[in-house]
Design a protein around this ligand. Structure first.
Ligand SMILES: [Zn+2]
Length: 116
């Protein structure tokens, strides 16, 4: 399953950051999951429940940011919104589109617990 391996790789990244900071538990993480990243949010959250078990991320809050998809249309010669890969240009109905935004998948923020 695609989302499972994504969740596992995020947990790995987060564990490494935590390790570099004295194995502090993770309070929250924010993920940027672009509209065109091909990642299924629900399936991703399910995968995190499994992947984060017994890790520093176990009790972390997961926030999702969803940047809107955009593409460059050759015919309109401008950037147009694109909500799904394979959709036509909303302005001219053409298909000469090149995705230029909203296809990212990465950790944008990470908050570690600060023990006093
Ligand atoms: Zn167009």
């Amino acid at each position: 399953m695609h989302e499972m391996s994504l969740a596992q790789s995020i947990v790995e990244i987060v564990e490494n950051v935590s390790k570099q900071n004295g194995n502090k538990p993770v309070v929250s993480i924010t993920l940027k999951v672009g509209e065109l990243s091909g990642v299924e949010i629900q399936s991703l959250m399910q995968s995190f429940k499994i992947a984060a078990l017994d890790t520093v991320m176990e009790n972390a809050t997961i926030n999702i940011e969803r940047p809107e998809g955009t593409a460059w249309c050759m015919l309109c010669a401008k950037t147009v919104p694109l909500h799904r890969i394979g959709d036509a240009c909303p302005e001219c109905g053409g298909f000469q589109l090149k995705v230029n935004g909203g296809n990212e998948f990465r950790v944008s923020e990470l908050e570690l617990k600060n023990e006093e």
